[in-house]
Design a protein around this ligand. Structure first.
Ligand code: FES
Length: 118
């Protein structure tokens, strides 16, 4: 499938995320300076959308119970050995944001059937 255009960089609010759907997967987009990061938009604690959390620098804090994640790596800041949230390759071209959900940049790819049910 490769890169797909999902948003304009200016669509992503400052200090928050933007949820987009890519091939049926909810992806949270987060803008940090001029860079955009994409990761699965499901908090591993109880499944709430991380795009509705608060983003400070590179860390988003889930609005439900306060778990936090580094949007660059998908790891919790205080648990670098933990299991990360899948993060996807992002490309920006003239302010258009492209995401490749097959290019998981922080962990081995998982098949859709292996994804946990919400
Ligand atoms: S659902 Fe995210 S911290 Fe509980």
């Amino acid at each position: 499938m490769g890169y797909q255009k999902v948003a304009r960089a200016s669509d992503i609010p400052s200090g928050r995320g933007l949820c987009v759907s890519v091939d049926g997967i909810d992806v949270g987009l987060f803008r940090v300076g001029k860079r955009v990061f994409a990761m699965e938009n499901r908090c591993p604690h109880a499944g709430d959308p991380l795009s509705e959390g608060v983003l400070e620098k590179c860390v988003v804090t889930c609005s439900a119970h306060g778990w936090d994640f580094d949007v660059r790596t998908g790891f919790r800041p205080d648990d670098a050995d933990g299991f990360p949230i899948p993060c996807f390759a992002v490309r920006i071209d003239e302010s258009d944001v492209y995401v490749d959900i097959e290019a998981v940049i922080n962990m081995p790819p998982r098949s859709p059937s292996a994804r946990p049910k919400v």
